[in-house]
Design a protein around this ligand. Structure first.
Ligand code: ADE
Length: 219
């Protein structure tokens, strides 16, 4: 699966894509990440990518022309890729959406917004606008990392082969979280592991886990 990220700050991705499971997924050929530097498509000698908003207002917007050219460059690499725009105005990202994109295995082009926003006309080439929650970040880079991580870990072969991605939080309904877990020692500073988990009775353990999961959504 090819994941291309359009960003002004490609170096932000080095750490996240260069470590742990995301790194291993690329090493194993399951996924291929690349960053497209929006600055390369900037206008004029100064490679300008932003301008003031029509109608006035604070800050600068990413201009349509560099954005469009960057998307075209990404489409030249992968013509069938879906284009996602990271924006607080998008659909809320959920486990079920990560699963849909992981199952589709179609390439992705992820556009990271910056500054005060972007020229809205870029949405004409976007398949889905995505928000990672109701708060505003300085840009779409961290959301792009979150979206990528949540998809890549679901690709076959990325997690250690177990069913770990099937029995975990949010899988069933985007709400229910797994029961708490414990490992050795059975007692630490007077805090004991629940007895039922030590007795080896799998029916009882399953029942305890069913009853001790919870709603991951704040009331
Ligand atoms: N860019 C800035 N804030 C964001 C958010 N909450 N989700 C996605 N993209 C963003």
């Amino acid at each position: 699966m090819k994941i291309q990220i359009i960003t002004l700050f490609p170096e932000m991705f080095d750490g996240v894509f260069g470590a742990s499971m995301l790194w291993k997924a690329q090493k194993d050929g399951i996924v291929e990440y690349s960053c497209i530097n929006l600055r390369d498509f900037g206008l004029g000698k100064r490679k300008t990518v932003d301008d003031t908003p029509y109608g006035g207002g604070d800050g600068m917007l990413l201009m349509i022309e560099p954005l469009m050219k960057a998307v075209e460059a990404a489409k030249n690499n992968d013509s069938k890729a879906k284009v996602l725009l990271m924006t607080p105005r998008g659909n809320t990202w959920l486990q079920s959406k990560a699963k849909v994109y992981a199952d589709a295995k179609q390439g992705l082009i992820i556009i990271c917004g910056r500054y005060e926003g972007y020229d809205e006309r870029i949405t004409s080439v976007v398949d889905e606008q995505i928000s990672i929650g109701n708060y505003v970040l300085t840009g779409g880079e961290i959301p792009a990392m979150i979206v990528t991580d949540s998809i890549v870990r679901l690709l076959p072969g990325v997690l250690g082969g177990e069913t770990s991605a099937e029995v975990e939080s949010f899988v069933a309904d985007d709400k229910t979280v797994e029961a708490p877990q414990y490992t050795r020692p059975a007692e630490f500073n007077g805090m004991k592991v629940p007895e039922v988990l030590l007795n080896g009775n799998h029916a009882e353990i399953d029942a305890w886990r069913q009853n001790n999961g919870g709603s991951g959504i704040d009331e």
